[in-house]
Design a binder for this molecule. Structure first.
Ligand code: SF4
Length: 341
């Protein structure tokens, strides 16, 4: 007979909580499985499988759970959905649209703009976004892996004009807390670096990434910490993400968001206004609204510059200034991002 106490006690299975690494390993990586979970049209599967050969599929199950079953136009699904259009080449869309490889003084460093440098901390991501401008980046050659961090760190130490390091990738928060901690310690020793900025989508797709060790690492740093999240649609918020952002907002960390304007995802003023309101409700400020980088395989997400400007004007007319992100474009051979409005 089961007593009420036994009923309340969690089973051994329930007690084993999945870590973010478990969730990352368990991400869906086959189009067949994605099709089966979301009940997508069978006639689109073959072309999806072809597109996956160019850029593999990877979607955490937590992120899939925020999508509408049976809706191939779901705005979250569209961001990760491999489709036939990716396999048709368009001469206006390039392998390295923002010129990262022309600004690569040592392995693992991209130094394009005065005062800040980007450290490619890892090539791994928790999710594969089909619009990603680095989908063709040669990570295996360029990633500042632990052993190569040395040359990247030496470069940062020698150039005293660099006051901000941007941890990017891939997604830097796919690194373990131990590796991240080693990187933070090394950066702590470089006195002219005042700010560590982390660009991440990992927290969005895997909110469990905000664990106690990560919070402690941020809390203990003597540098200014800026966390730039990458959310493109208000539907990306779920209760787990809300809890993680609440924990982060209690620290001395600036929380910003950078979105990309994507056809079929966030190309209406209502969607963009909802995103700004949802971000603010979670103490995140909208920072940039990027025009899509013209990367090969992503032409189906492109909106004309005129449409982007009109959308921006429309949201500006409806939101207070602090909720209007800057409309920007990343162009090769420029000394900063190009502000369009
Ligand atoms: S680098 Fe960012 S945008 Fe690109 S696939 Fe990874 S998470 Fe997505």
């Amino acid at each position: 007979m089961i007593t009420p106490l036994q009923q309340k006690r969690p089973s051994k299975k329930q007690k084993i909580q999945k870590t973010w690494q478990d969730e990352m390993r368990d991400a869906v990586s086959s189009a067949e499985e994605l099709w089966s979970i979301l009940k997508l049209p069978a006639d689109k599967l073959e072309s999806a499988q072809k597109a996956c050969k160019l850029f593999p599929l990877k979607v955490p199950r937590d992120f899939i759970s925020r999508m509408q079953v049976g809706d191939i136009n779901d705005p979250l699904l569209r961001q990760v959905l491999p489709i036939e259009a990716e396999t048709i080449s368009d001469p206006n869309f390039k392998l390295d649209p923002v010129g990262d490889l022309d600004n690569n003084p040592v392995s693992g460093i991209v130094h394009k703009y005065h005062g800040r440098a980007l450290l490619i901390a890892t090539g791994a991501c928790g999710v594969h976004c089909r619009y990603c401008f680095r989908r063709h980046f040669p990570y295996s050659e360029q990633t500042a892996s632990k052993k190569e961090w040395q040359s990247a760190l030496e470069y940062l130490s020698k150039d005293t004009s660099i006051h901000e390091v941007i941890l990017s990738g891939g997604d830097p928060l796919t690194l373990s807390d131990a590796k991240l901690s080693q990187l933070f310690k090394a950066l702590e020793n470089i006195k002219h670096i005042k700010t560590i900025r982390i660009h991440t989508r990992q927290i969005v797709v895997l909110p469990s990434r905000v664990n106690a060790d990560f919070l402690e690492l941020l809390q203990s740093s003597t540098k200014n910490i800026v966390l730039v999240l990458h959310l493109n649609h208000a539907n990306e918020f779920n209760p787990a993400l809300a809890i993680s952002l609440q924990k982060l907002s209690k620290l001395n960390v600036l929380l910003l968001n950078q979105a990309v304007l994507l056809k079929g995802v966030n190309d209406t003023k209502e969607q963009l206004i909802n995103l700004s309101h949802a971000l603010f409700a979670h103490k995140v400020l909208p920072y940039y609204l990027n025009v899509l980088d013209k990367v090969s395989g992503a032409s189906h997400f492109a909106l004309s510059l005129d449409t982007c400007k009109k959308l921006h004007k429309a949201i500006k007319a409806r939101l207070p200034g602090y909720l209007v992100p800057k409309l920007v474009q990343d162009l090769a051979k420029k000394d900063s991002k190009t502000w369009l409005l």
